[in-house]
Design a protein around this ligand. Sequence first.
Ligand SMILES: [Ca+2]
Ligand SMILES: [Ca+2]
Length: 125
Amino acid sequence: MNGDARQHASRPGRGPAFRAGLLAAGMAASVAVAQVERTDDYLAKMDTDGDGRVSQAEYLAWMGYAFEKLDRDGDGVLSAAELPGGKGKPVSLEAHRQRLAERFRRQDANGDGYLDAKELSAPPR
Ligand SMILES: [Ca+2]
Ligand SMILES: [Ca+2]
């Protein structure tokens, strides 16, 4: 016994650190969509209007926030040092969004303009 009483009582549910974590997770998820196991959870985070599916706008917004978060000097380009892992080719916001839009279209298997849970969890094509 070391008398170390853990504080459970006043735990902030959605503090800034928590949100930042989510955003970072979003960026990582864009790299490893196929590895996301809890698709429902993932969907719920991206689905900001809560209609149970992810529109392209929601998809871009989610991924865009991650970009802004990573772009620490705010010049609209992720330099190698700002990329996860600290290496890679620089990525501009425009290139990033175009790539995401393209990926969105490919993931949208039934072409209805939305990603449902099944389409979100499908391996990137
Ligand atoms: Ca939605
Ligand atoms: Ca769809």
